[in-house]
Design a binder for this molecule. Structure first.
Ligand SMILES: [Zn+2]
Ligand SMILES: [Zn+2]
Length: 346
């Protein structure tokens, strides 16, 4: 099969011919029909993820059709249209047994702990627990866009942030995660203030439902600006980018007893960000992470997509070919383009 491979961290990946994958006893092989480009892939390529062994094939936001099935798989058959959360739980550890597959102790992550979906085929482990059936009306490119950023944002806004109607939600960073969070928080009945560095991205944020915006490149004090708009501070604030500055601002612009949710990854130089701990105590703030979402929680989200309350297809930006993926991957830290780029031809 064709796959995008990198032999060393930080050196240009290339399109190569490699052996087709075979399914594990509990796994399947999926023919990839669409796979999204995510900043996590860039982090992996840069060597920020200790799970990755070389040579490596990135890609973790995928949708496709089941092509081959392991001997112990019961719930799936060849030809089924599926997607999968980027963290697949083992279904046997303490966390999985408590319903928290997103933090499984033995998690399978395509594109990190194993070869991923920048390829014609990808092997997925723990299939019965983690595959999600796609409704007929959901196209592959949109389904691929769900697998990482959209579901992580859904968990951040709904399950971790516990966003309620009428609350103010601040979203720092209007890339794929941020735009997803804006759309989901708006659907939950919250008022969203979006923060980014360009008017172009903030205009897109308004189209996704943001009722107010702050251009951080033209604002001396982002925290004060968010507090003014929200009349005292956000109830929920999300760092959708993953940067010491946005993390600090997101915590600092909360009102008393507010909830900060960290979704953007903090890796490499940013792994140890400063947090205003005295304020966390005095204001009784909550600091939460969001890391994927369990496959069994997709149902609620899929219903909101089916009824049109959520429209993830609006987040799909550029559609590219697998041959274009290496260059696009290397450019992922430059924040160009609107929405989520998806590989749709292989
Ligand atoms: Zn991702
Ligand atoms: Zn587990």
């Amino acid at each position: 099969m064709k796959a995008v491979v990198f032999e060393q961290f930080g050196t240009p990946p290339s399109l190569q011919n490699v052996a087709d994958p075979t399914p594990s006893p509990d796994g399947v092989v999926v023919k990839v029909e669409a796979t999204g480009l995510c900043r996590s892939d860039w982090h992996g390529w840069m060597g920020h993820d200790p799970d990755i062994t070389l040579p490596h094939v990135p890609g973790h936001e995928l949708a496709g059709t089941v092509q081959a099935i392991g001997g112990r798989v019961r719930n799936w058959k060849i030809g089924d249209r599926v997607t999968v959360p980027f963290v697949a739980g083992c279904d046997h550890c303490f966390e999985c047994n408590s319903g928290n597959h997103q933090v499984c102790e033995h998690q399978f992550q395509p594109g990190f702990s194993a070869w991923g979906s920048f390829a014609e085929y990808v092997a997925l482990d723990f299939a019965d627990t983690n595959l999600v059936r796609l409704p007929e009306e959901l196209d592959f490119a949109t389904a691929a866009a769900l697998g990482c950023r959209f579901v992580t944002s859904f968990r951040a806004v709904v399950d971790q942030g516990r966003t309620r109607p009428g609350e103010w939600v601040a979203v720092h960073g209007c890339g794929g995660v941020g735009l997803s969070a804006i759309m989901i928080a708006t659907a939950m009945g919250a008022n969203v203030v979006a923060v980014d560095l360009t008017d172009e991205k903030l205009e897109f944020a308004r189209q996704m439902g943001a009722v107010a915006t702050v251009n951080a490149s033209q604002t001396e004090n982002v925290v004060r600006a968010v507090k003014q708009i929200t009349k005292g501070g956000a109830h929920v604030s999300i760092d959708a980018l993953g940067h010491p500055v946005t993390c600090f601002n997101s915590i600092s612009n909360l009102r008393r007893r507010g909830r900060h949710v960290q979704v953007g990854l903090m890796l490499g130089d940013h792994a140890k960000a400063q947090v205003p701990m005295s304020k966390i105590i005095a204001f009784e703030l909550e600091i939460l992470g969001s890391h994927g979402m369990q496959a069994f929680r997709y149902g609620a989200m899929m219903e909101m997509i089916a009824t049109g309350k959520l429209s993830p297809q609006k987040l799909v930006g550029r559609k590219i070919s697998l041959a274009e993926a290496p260059a696009a991957l290397m450019a992922m830290d430059r924040f160009g383009g609107l929405g989520i780029s998806v590989v749709t031809s292989f």
